[in-house]
Design a protein around this ligand. Structure first.
Ligand code: AMP
Length: 515
């Protein structure tokens, strides 16, 4: 049987695992580390480091070391998220035709290339371990990743010759790893707070099926935000002491973030932590931070996680008392205040057993085996997932009609009728969005294509059926059909990153047909 890797391509760290005969092996590097930093460093001599070696040189090479690239993949340069990330990173983030690229020295690298380098590193580790080549993988992504981000992840795999058999949502993989189910059905919540993202999913697991009831989250909430809070506090302390703001210097800024992360992790074990800031202040300087202050500072973030948990329960039509298990995923769930908040909210202690850093990779490997040979896999299950965001079509007047609602089970296909907005209009511009806003502006553009020319008629007489289909990877395809002539066009949203909207005449947009 061909080996299929389970890969958790994380914001901060990645895991690669293989499941054979129900036994999962997490693949380590030559130092024995099973968790591999998602870091890539471009050295002046042209060589490239990936993983722990790249991460170790971050302080010396902030401008050449890429970390947290997953925060940028599939995003538009003009987005709030990219602006925030620019503040925090030592490397240069540049505009690439509306998308994002990284400029290191004289070279420009796409985000797919960075992910591809990490995937190649993980695949090479696996090949060394197995002793022969590996060509197939299941890769996990946050449930809240939109179509652009999923496509970019898939392309990264293809760039290194990995056929991505399935893109699986991280919480779904986590649930898979726990092997819930059996005779009795269980409802579980997966609470995933990592470095860059927060995801929550409510799942029902029974004999033979794993069904995602609802999912929610925030693609920009995680441990990096906590580091930023501590780093700011430290910078203010240095400024008060020396009269100079260390954040003006990019190397010092990164150094502060690294110290902040170290302090944050220590505060998960200890009540207070003393830091030596001399190298940043330029004079001898020590300061300490304590857990109580840290917990008070991150409370708004924890509260936001709980609000999103309640929303996911409501949308899955599940009462908190019906939850049989809570699975914690992601390094930030080690923070005692997060664990306490989760325990209080779900009225039960989270499940322990599999390390929160490994649980997604383990689940991805188990899922991969299930996919390849359902008859031999330990947990022979059908996976029923949902789409995390509504899919919409822009119509005249700046509106955005939902065609597939968020939390719809996938794969799915839905059609709606549209018409022309003016007399003798012979084409329509179909702009496809993901998001929850009825106005075009509040959603993420996935792509657009022009359908036509079709026979001219009076306004409202042409009937165009638009069908949105989402496959089991969460990837989107759109078909438009002129009902009078039968003429049809398929616009795959397989466009990668959506470009700036082509300057379409506003009147080329379709009009919704009143239902
Ligand atoms: P992940 O994206 O799941 O790899 O999680 C990485 C995040 O977890 C980073 O922000 C880490 O700083 C954070 N993290 C890892 N270990 C701890 C810890 N012991 N306490 C608090 N945060 C941690």
């Amino acid at each position: 049987m061909r080996p299929v890797l389970g890969i958790d391509l994380g914001t901060s760290n990645s895991v690669v695992a293989l499941c054979q005969g129900g036994k999962v092996t997490i693949i380590a590097d030559e130092e024995g580390n099973r968790i591999h930093p998602s870091a890539v460093a471009f050295l002046p001599d042209g060589s490239v480091l990936v993983g722990a070696k790249a991460r170790a040189g971050l302080a010396q090479r902030p401008e050449q070391t890429i970390i947290s690239a997953k925060r940028l993949i599939g995003r538009r340069h003009a987005s709030r998220e990219v602006a925030q990330t620019k503040q925090r990173m030592g490397y240069r983030i540049v505009d690439d035709q509306g998308g994002v690229a990284l400029k290191i020295g004289g070279d420009v690298h796409t985000l797919e290339t960075i992910s591809a380098l990490i995937l190649r590193y993980l695949r090479d580790l696996a090949e060394n371990f197995i002793g022969h080549s590996v060509r197939h993988a299941v890769i996990t992504v946050p449930a809240y990743f939109d179509d652009n981000q999923r496509q970019a992840t898939r392309r990264a795999g293809q760039m290194v010759g990995l056929e991505v058999l399935r893109i699986v949502n991280e919480p779904t993989a986590a649930a898979f790893s726990y092997g819930y189910g059996g005779k009795r059905s269980h409802r579980i919540a997966v609470f995933d707070l990592g470095g860059g993202t927060f995801d929550v999913s409510v799942l029902e697991l029974g004999e033979g099926a794993l069904e995602v009831l609802s999912t929610g989250g925030d693609t920009f909430l995680g441990g990096d935000d906590f580091d930023g809070l501590i780093a700011n506090q430290l910078a203010q302390a240095v400024e008060q002491y020396t009269g100079r703001d260390p954040r003006q210097d990019s190397a010092a800024k990164l150094c502060l973030l690294a110290l902040a992360e170290q302090a944050k992790c220590q505060l998960s074990e200890e009540e207070s932590f003393e830091l030596d800031l001399s190298s940043i202040a330029g004079v001898p300087m020590k300061t300490s931070i304590d857990r109580a202050n840290f917990e008070a500072a991150i409370k708004p973030y924890i509260d936001r996680c709980l609000t999103l948990c309640q929303k996911a329960l409501d949308e899955g039509l599940v009462h908190v008392s019906e939850i049989d298990g809570v699975v914690l995923v992601g390094g930030s769930t080690r923070i005692p205040a997060v664990r306490r908040a989760v325990t209080r909210f779900f009225r039960r202690r989270p499940d322990e057993g599999i390390d929160a850093d490994l649980v997604v990779g383990v689940g991805a490997a188990m899922y991969a085996e299930n996919l390849e040979s359902p008859s031999t896999a330990t947990s022979k299950r059908v996976l029923l997932d949902v789409t995390p965001m509504s899919l919409r079509l822009a119509t005249v007047g700046g509106f955005c009609e939902a065609i597939i609602d968020h939390n719809s089970p996938i794969p799915t296909e839905r059609s709606r009728l549209f018409t022309t907005a003016r007399d003798h209009q012979d084409r329509v511009s179909l702009r496809i969005y993901q998001g929850e806003d009825d106005q075009e502006d509040g959603n993420t553009l996935l792509g657009e294509f022009v359908f036509g020319p079709f026979s001219k008629a009076l306004r409202g007489e042409v009937q165009i059926s638009v069908t949105f289909a989402i496959d089991s990877d969460g990837l989107v395809q759109v078909t438009a059909r002129d009902l009078a002539s039968g003429q049809a066009a398929v616009g795959c949203v397989n466009l990668g990153l959506a470009q700036e909207p082509v300057q379409q005449k506003q009147e080329d947009l379709p009009a919704a047909v009143k239902r």
